[in-house]
Design a protein around this ligand. Structure first.
Ligand SMILES: [Zn+2]
Length: 100
């Protein structure tokens, strides 16, 4: 399951983010990681300082040539020790899956 959030990036792009819901029974580290991602998706900062960053000028120029409503990339760079980082979540999900 997932939720949709609408917010504005650091570069003023209006975006809609699709973020997973927190799975029932998930370990605390996964719950925290997803909660932080949900926080950033609403336009707030992660406790590690990460925030939703829009495309750079070149990417915006390319995107302007596309039809509206197309999928565009936005970026969030969490600190490596943040539970919301992709690497941390992959490892946590792997451990959770292997312990089942
Ligand atoms: Zn973070």
């Amino acid at each position: 399951m997932s939720d949709l959030f609408a917010c504005t990036t650091t570069t003023g792009e209006k975006v809609v983010s699709v973020v997973p819901t927190i799975p029932d029974g998930a370990p605390d580290v996964i719950r925290e990681g997803i909660a932080r991602r949900r926080l950033v998706a609403t336009g707030q900062r992660c406790p590690c300082g990460a925030r939703l960053v829009g495309p750079n000028r070149a990417q915006r120029r390319r995107a302007a040539k596309l039809k509206t409503g197309t999928v565009r990339d936005v970026f969030v760079w969490h600190e490596h020790d943040c539970p919301a980082s992709t690497e941390a979540l992959i490892e946590a999900v792997r451990e959770w899956r292997d312990s089942a």
